[in-house]
Ligand binder design. Structure first.
Ligand SMILES: *Cc1c(COP(=O)(O)O)cnc(C)c1O
Length: 825
């Protein structure tokens, strides 16, 4: 072929391009799917469209990969147990500049592109923010010219689908591969052996050990190209699938042992079977550890082999390779890289250690003690004997070094040891990642500061300067240009067409803050988005909502620290207030919730149940019906977020201060012009600094106050007595006012709160209630409201993932980015 499929950067010969796309789609339909246009189902059109688009992505991808190979540029390897991608077609078409042409081509074939885009399944290989961050960063690296590969697991089943039945969460297995995945390429040739268990023998060479695993599984690569803005570059998402070495034991089969014949296969393939539906506590299970080692080992073998093939040496690994650990799940990378360098490539320990710690860096995502990963030493010794030995080796040298340089004074070695000796000997994975990295980052300014002051304080004292901050970012391509085309068009009118290339130009909007005509147009765009959401709410829940009401939205994983409970309790107080003064001019509100609870998290599930029970009562009360509605939208995922966020007037970011590392939902909302009601937590603080205190509604205790209150708690009875309305609300919930058919359904929930207000729901209730009334009065002055909204959009370009990637590239990875794309806000 002399011509490449992608012509996104060439001046458009639109008609010619549409004709070419039509021919490509029909060719895919006919020869790849074996279907005739006259019998093709919507799904066939979708697959044909994806395959046609994918060709254009592949052209970019090959060029990118060749360029980075030929120039020998440093590459970033982003290791993450989760990638919460969502749908890909609309994003790829937008980035390629092919949206209009594809829509026209499909239209001429009698197909509605927008409709078939919505049947693409969400790739839900993640739980929440951490996985979505990895997806945003892969796209942002493609958009800013950072050569990169994302490594993860190709789960057969992503995050469960949530149904709501009788107000309760039901988990249904997710099946994103049931129609195959047209985006991916299977790479049988790129497969690696992953060992577990077995025995160790020392070899002749000092330090080198021969590990003979008891069990070996194959990791097979599946590659998906991720195209960046304007199709200039593409990165690779390489996901590993587990395959058995011996898929079938013929002997067993022939003796009639049908189950035993595939036992090895089932055990091996279980590794990439399901995503753990839990992002906050380690599933205390061997399978989870097997998953972590499986994808970490495959990824490291792969990148070391690629490097060695290209350069023929490993001493320059850190010059050509940056390995980023997204949380501690891949922190075995520290031990695995040491093993590869020492045992497989014969490097001396000290040199291997220098290379390892110059190559790896680690992002911390949580300081909650219950979410800090640790593994029993006994389990590690059984499953990964060589790695456990290496970790002991790292630890011994590290502690000796500290002992020597401190002269034995003032350092409590038990706080910095990689082994926690207090709880039955466990490996501290965050310590391992910290010690094995050259740089460790938190994900918001507050979070990074708390890292230094709390969990990592002793390590910080030994390695001052190792901790840095890179506040999270979101890709504006998906979360503004893709999700909110109406707003984008208006912003381009005001800020210039090149806004999509320079998100920093969104600041130009600030000059138009008080423009009443602009406000009207923004209000009309928001109303359109709300109508679209209202239709979905009606379809999915049967509830009718008024698009002129205030849409007050809390969408995120259901967790006590995120405090959906605070929101619903305040909603009950509002409901009571409206009923007792029905003739006041209450601003009509729709309370919108969505989110999944981990399947084993009883309290979170009870909160979902309560929201749904409150919804039934409130939505059917004729006295409040046109002032207050409560909606729980089932099955929150990326696609749902893309519809909900552009329709939000208020963004609920109400976590207990000090507990949300950053949040990224908060950024998506603010960029789309919603007003944040939030605590001084995570990136809320930085949003507040950028938009100004008058344009965000802050309430509640600070992180310091929360910390103090935990050590010296005020009796909850005292807090309740001092808080207007609270006793009534708690009593109503506890006595079954919202669960008349099971009166004690929420007894435990309320008793739990009364016993211990760990998440400061009671403590922050009054402050939150007053903040909500502040929202009411701001909403009553629509001129003011839209000035605030404009200010939020104008000052949140800084939260672009391109800015965040620019910081990682410059300060952590030491790789260049293309200068024209990273303009911050
Ligand atoms: C952005 C996003 C998140 C993270 O939301 P937070 O409010 O920061 O917790 C979780 N899930 C999905 C689907 C998202 O798009």
């Amino acid at each position: 072929m002399t011509e490449t499929a992608s012509d996104a950067s060439r001046p458009a010969d639109t008609a010619g391009r549409v004709e070419a796309l039509k021919a490509e789609i029909l060719r895919k339909l006919t020869y790849s799917l074996g279907k005739n246009a006259s019998v093709a189902q919507p799904h066939d059109w979708l697959t044909a469209g994806i395959l046609a688009a994918r060709d254009h992505v592949v052209d970019v991808w090959h060029r990118s990969t060749r360029e980075s190979y030929e120039t020998g540029r440093k590459r970033v390897y982003y290791l993450s147990l989760e990638f919460l991608i969502g749908r890909s077609l609309a994003d790829a078409l937008n980035n390629l500049g092919l949206t209009g042409a594809m829509a026209q081509a499909m239209r001429e074939l009698g197909v509605d592109l927008a409709a078939i885009e919505t049947i693409e399944p969400d790739a839900a290989l993640g739980n929440g923010g951490l996985g979505r961050l990895a997806a945003c960063y892969l796209e942002a690296m493609a958009s800013t010219g950072v050569p990169a590969l994302g490594y993860g697991i190709r789960y057969d089943h992503g995050l469960f689908k949530q149904r709501i039945d009788g107000g309760k969460q039901i988990e249904v297995p997710e099946d994103w591969l049931s129609f195959r995945n047209p985006w991916e390429f299977e790479r049988r040739e790129a497969s690696y052996k992953i060992g577990f268990g077995g025995s160790l023998t020392a070899t002749q060479k000092p330090g080198e050990v021969f590990w003979e695993p008891e069990e070996t599984v194959f990791a097979v690569a599946y590659d998906t190209p991720v195209v960046g803005w304007r199709g200039r570059d593409a990165t690779t998402l390489r996901l590993w699938r587990a395959r058995a070495m011996h898929p079938l034991s013929l002997d067993a089969f022939n003796q009639g042992d049908i189950v035993g014949a595939v036992a090895e296969r089932n055990r091996a393939e279980a590794i990439s079977k399901v995503l753990y539906p839990n992002d906050s506590t380690p599933a205390g299970q061997e399978l989870r550890l097997r998953q972590e080692f499986f994808f970490t080992s495959a990824s490291l073998q792969d990148l070391v082999r690629r490097h060695y093939r290209q350069f023929g040496r490993l001493d320059n690994l850190a010059d050509k390779v940056a390995i980023q650990l997204n949380d501690t799940h891949p922190s075995l990378a520290v031990a695995e890289l040491m093993r590869l360098l020492v045992d497989e490539h014969g490097l001396p320990w000290e040199e291997a250690w220098t290379i390892t710690s110059a190559t790896i860096s680690y992002t911390n995502h949580t300081l909650l003690p219950e979410a800090l990963e640790t593994w029993p030493v006994a389990l590690m010794e059984r499953l990964l004997p060589r790695h456990m030995q290496i970790i002991f080796g790292i630890n011994a040298r590290f502690l000796e070094e500290v002992r020597r340089s401190s002269g034995g004074e003032n350092v409590d070695l038990s706080t910095i040891s990689l082994i926690d000796e207090h709880h039955g000997r466990r490996v501290r994975m965050a310590h391992l990642a910290f010690v094995g990295s050259h740089t460790v980052n938190g994900v918001s300014a507050l979070h990074s500061k708390l890292m230094e002051q709390t969990v990592f304080a002793p390590l910080h004292a030994i390695f001052p300067g190792r901790i840095t901050n890179v506040t999270n970012g979101i890709t504006p391509r998906r979360w503004l240009f893709g999700a909110n085309p109406g707003l984008t068009k208006l912003l381009q009118e005001v800020c210039g067409d090149d806004l999509t290339d320079r998100i920093g130009n969104i600041r130009r909007l600030a000059a138009h803050t008080g423009d009443a005509a602009l406000h009207q147009r923004l209000a009309a765009i928001r109303r359109e988005n709300k109508l679209k959401l209202a239709k979905i709410i009606r379809q999915d829940t049967g509830v009718t909502v008024d698009p002129d009401a205030l849409f007050d939205v809390q969408i995120k994983r259901i967790h006590e620290y995120k405090r959906q409970l605070l929101n619903i309790l305040e909603t009950i107080a509002l409901y009571d207030a409206i009923r007792s003064e029905p003739y006041r001019d209450w601003a009509p509100r729709v309370k919108i919730f969505a989110g999944k609870a981990a399947s084993n998290y009883g309290t979170a599930k009870a909160i979902i149940n309560l929201i749904n029970d409150v919804a039934v009562v409130v939505n059917n009360d004729i006295t409040t019906r046109d002032r207050l509605k409560v909606v729980f939208l089932p099955n929150y995922n990326v696609s749902a977020a893309e519809v909900i966020i552009p329709a939000a007037d208020v963004s609920e970011q109400i976590s207990t201060a000090g507990m949300e590392a950053s949040g990224t939902g908060n950024m998506k909302f603010a960029l789309n012009g919603a007003i944040t009601i939030g605590t001084l937590d995570g990136a809320n603080i930085e949003i507040g600094e950028r938009v100004g205190a008058d344009n965000i509604v802050i309430f509640g205790m600070t992180a310091e106050e929360v910390e103090a209150a935990k050590h010296n708690p005020r009796p909850t009875s005292e807090v309740i007595a001092a808080t207007p309305h609270l006793e009534g609300v708690l009593d109503a919930v506890a006595s079954g006012a919202y669960s008349p058919r099971e009166r004690d359904r929420y007894l435990g929930l309320v008793e739990g709160l009364r016993a211990n207000d760990w998440f400061m729901v009671l403590n922050d209730f009054e402050s939150y209630r007053q903040a909500q009334r502040r929202i009411d009065s701001l909403w009553a002055d629509q001129g003011k409201w839209w000035r605030m909204s404009v200010t939020n959009t104008a000052h949140c370009g800084w939260f672009s993932a391109d800015r965040a990637i620019g910081e990682y590239a410059e300060r952590i990875w030491h790789v260049p980015t293309s200068p024209d794309t990273t303009a911050g806000g």
